[in-house]
Every structure is written in C-alpha cells, then in structure tokens.
Design a protein around this ligand. Structure first.
Ligand code: DON
Length: 304
C-alpha cells in the first residue's frame, strides 16, 4: 500500500496544483485572509506505521475547527456520555456559525462540531480548570497522539479572531441565556479561539488521527467505542451543511477547518492530513475535498 501511495501522491499533488479554482481563503478572520490560497499538502499515516507525503506537508497551518475533534476526545475521556445532555449528535444542515436552530431547540446545539456545540464542549473542558489548563489538556492530547511535543498556538490568529468573533460571542451569550454555558462567556470564547489557533503540519495531523483510525501501534488514547463514535460524528457532521456531499463524494469520516485543513479517517487503514487554504461555499477546503475524493477513489477506501 505504501508503494502504491508513494507513486500516487506526487501525481495527486500535480493534479491539484493544475486546478484552476483554489476557492477563497476565510476572510472573516483577518489573520487567515493573508494566507496564499495556492498551497496544498497531504500526509497519509498507514497501518504498517509508514508515512507517505506530498506537497506542503511540512508547513504549519491553523487547524481551526479540526480542533473540535480533539477537544471532544478530551471531554469524552473525562465525562463520557454525560456530554450528550448538553449537545446533540445530529447534522444541523446549517452553516457552521448559524444561530438559527439554537432558539428553536432551546440552547442545545445540534452537534459538537458546529460552533455552538464546540463552545459547549470547550465549556465542559473548563470545568474545574483554568483556560490555560484546558488548553494544556488539548495540547497534551495532541502531543501524545502525534508523539511530537512541538505543537503551538498562533497567538496572532487567536487575537485576530477575538477581535472579530462577533458571531461566536453571540452564540456563547445565547447559550449562556439558556443555562448551557457554565463558565463566564469571555473564558469560554478565549479558550475556544486559542484551541482553534493551534497549528499543525499535515504530517502531524495525520499522526494525530491514528488513534481515531484505530491503527495498530497508535497511542491508546481512546477506547475503540469512543473512536467509533468520533468517526460517526465526523461522517455525519464533520463538514457542516456540506457533510452529505462529502460523504457522497469521499465516503470517509472527515473534519474540516476554515484554515483549509481536513482530517480524514480510513478506519483501520489510514489517517490522513490534508491542507489547502482556499475554501468552497460550505467553508471547507476546496482543493482538499477534491484531493480526499481522488485519494479515496484510487485506494478504494470509501466505507460504502
Ligand atoms: O469559530 C470559528 O468561526 C473558527 N474559529 C472555526 C470555524 C471553522 O473552522 C469552520 N470550518 N470549516
């Protein structure tokens, strides 16, 4: 499998770079608006322990909403099933930053991957902990999952989002009004903006996903049942209102971020980190989604 991939990934890299349409970088976070959209990287961690990469796989990018998988993994490890009293597990069919359903459903977000749901997850992580300690827990999880302690938060990106994150502030205040935020709104927002500003390379992201993919030799950070549940949520909710389209085209659990990252899981087979900063209409990586589709098709990895 490693040999086939070593042949295929350079070809995929060339195909993606020949694409005319890279999509549009996220411009509502000024610091992300400055990133050159014409970049692409991919890293595949395989069950035999090997890693195959192509393109800008060693370049750090802002993981943004991909962090929601790791904060949820920490919360599942800490309180397990109890989290589902505060947040649902159904796709929302709405944009990642939508407030629409929150009023109708009385402050219980549809799932932990839309912004409202992720704010609740982060709030849970803050129970009995300072923002600094909660962030250390996520960074510690990533260090253990990747086997690499060289993982940092880009403070400028966090600051940039804090200055312009009016929708997240609205969501957090709305959650608080329903009693579904235990900590002060500012604490939760500050922690959330910093977790979103974690930077990883494609290679680090692929390594981080090995436990979720259940690869042999991966650090044992999750029970198999918790990993299954994370995969189910990634498949149904990981790309927001584009989740159906992603499942249709790629057929694998994935989680996107507005920094252009995608964590893609081929259960039992591979953990894949993809990055290209230009986004499609759903706010998911345009070229990254095409690459995921081509990779899954070539390798026959769709779970369907
Ligand atoms: O809260 C936000 O808007 C960003 N920090 C993260 C959103 C995001 O990554 C959506 N993903 N495609």
């Amino acid at each position: 499998m490693a040999t086939e991939l070593a042949d295929f990934l350079p070809q995929l890299d060339r195909d993606i770079r020949a694409m005319a349409d890279w999509g549009k970088v996220a411009d509502y976070i000024p610091e992300l608006a400055r990133v050159d959209p014409a970049q692409f990287g991919i890293a595949v961690a395989l069950a035999d322990g090997s890693m195959v990469t192509a393109g800008d796989a060693q370049k750090r990018f802002s993981i943004q909403s991909v962090s929601k998988v790791f904060s949820l993994a920490c919360v599942l490890g800490r309180i397990g099933e109890q989290i589902w009293t505060r947040v649902g597990r159904e796709p929302s069919g709405s944009r990642f930053d939508s407030i629409l359903l929150l009023e109708l459903e009385k402050g219980r977000p549809r799932n932990p991957f839309i912004n409202a749901g992720a704010l609740v997850t982060t709030d849970e992580l803050l129970t009995g902990r300072s923002p600094r300690d909660a962030l250390s827990e996520i960074l510690g999880f990533l260090a253990a999952a990747t086997g690499d302690a060289d993982i940092h938060i880009d403070k400028f990106v966090a600051q940039s989002e804090a200055e312009t994150g009016f929708r997240n502030a609205a969501l957090a205040n709305y959650l608080k009004s329903f009693g579904n935020l235990k900590n002060p709104v500012d604490y939760v927002l500050g922690t959330y903006f910093h977790q979103c500003a974690i930077e990883l390379t494609c290679e680090q992201l692929a390594r981080a996903g090995r436990s979720i993919a259940g690869l042999p030799g991966a650090p044992r950070l999750l029970t198999p049942q918790k990993a299954r549940r994370l995969n189910a949520l990634m498949m149904t909710c990981g790309h927001y209102d584009g989740s159906g389209d992603f499942a249709f085209r790629v057929g694998l659990p994935g989680k996107s971020g507005v920094g252009g990252g995608i964590l893609l899981i081929a259960p039992g087979l591979a953990s894949i980190g993809i990055w290209s900063p230009g986004l499609n209409a759903y706010g998911n990586s345009q070229a990254g989604t095409v690459a995921a589709e081509k990779l899954a098709r070539k390798m026959g990895w769709s779970v369907f």
